[in-house]
Design a protein around this ligand. Structure first.
Ligand code: CAA
Length: 251
């Protein structure tokens, strides 16, 4: 249910379940977790690009699979759980390249990535309320952090979708690009990251993500420790020497 390919330093993972608009069923999430783990462990890969089709990044958790689930079985065998959060354990930057629908779990999966690039066709939403449920893979929290309470509340309460332009204005996505160049733009970003100092990249990712989880004071402390630790890396020596020698750094 997924396709993988290597493009330069980017590991590209494409969700590939077109008949169900990439609905995130158990099998797909299992395959996604394996692919993420494989690229994360591969030293040739600098960053991972996660994308879907032109029509859908992913239309959410699989409603057919969920329909007959019952409590407390849902609680005892949490079907979201670690399987859905595999992307959060990846050490390398993960770029979501979103075209078409990113709804429910699809929007949540995109928000678990480190940044979102959107095609002009992208549509984001948390329509779970229309199914008699609420977001279950972090949507109520990550969307609120990303776009603020009023907009998130409106989307979660009504299921209203946001187009790419509004998502960029609201700060949900880093950039909007033409649909035809979505993946190549994401790969270019991965290439750019691949040319930088790997420890600095890993620590930059850790520091920014900590802003979502730690109080300000703790986050700043973590940042300071990481920052000071980078003075033990060759990347810092090379980066600063190159600047002062007016040449490009070779990391
Ligand atoms: N689960 C299972 N199947 C889905 C699906 C989903 N989330 N989304 C779409 N599909 C299937 C449809 O059932 C349909 O299959 P059939 O051809 O076999 O009937 C196929 O994909 C194409 O979908 P549509 O015919 O509905 O396409 P459309 O263009 O008319 O509408 C859409 C597109 C607006 C995205 C619509 O499919 C839709 O509303 N999908 C559901 C979106 C949703 O509610 N997502 C939240 C799921 S709950 C969740 O994610 C929980 C969580 O937080 C973890």
């Amino acid at each position: 249910m997924i396709l993988t390919e290597v493009q330069g330093r980017a590991g590209v993972i494409r969700l590939n379940r077109p008949a169900a608009l990439n609905a995130l069923c158990d099998q797909l999430m299992g395959e996604l977790g394996e692919a993420l783990g494989r690229f994360d462990a591969d030293p040739a890969i600098a960053a991972i690009v996660l994308t879907g089709s032109e029509r859908a990044f992913a239309a959410g958790a699989d409603i057919k699979e969920m329909q007959n689930r019952r409590f407390p079985g849902t609680y005892l065998h949490d079907f979201i759980g670690a399987r859905w959060e595999a992307v959060l354990t990846v050490r390398k930057p993960v770029i979501a390249a979103v075209a078409g629908f990113a709804l429910g779990g699809g929007c949540e999966l995109a928000m678990m990535c480190d940044l979102i690039l959107a095609a002009e066709t992208a549509k984001f939403g948390q329509p779970e309320i229309n199914l008699g449920i609420i977001p279950g893979a972090g949507g109520s929290q990550r969307l609120t952090h990303a776009i603020g309470k009023s907009k998130a509340m409106e989307m979660v309460l009504t299921g209203r979708m946001m187009n790419a332009e509004e998502a960029e204005r609201a700060g949900l996505v880093a950039r909007v690009v033409p649909a035809e160049s979505l993946v190549s733009e994401a790969v270019a970003l991965a290439e750019k990251i691949g040319g930088l100092s790997a420890p600095a990249v890993a620590m930059a990712k850790e520091a920014v993500n900590a802003a979502f989880e730690l109080p300000l004071r703790e986050g700043v402390r973590l940042e300071r420790r990481l920052f000071l630790g980078l003075f033990g890396t060759e990347g810092q020596k090379e980066g600063m020497a190159a600047f002062l020698e007016k040449r490009k750094p070779r990391f």
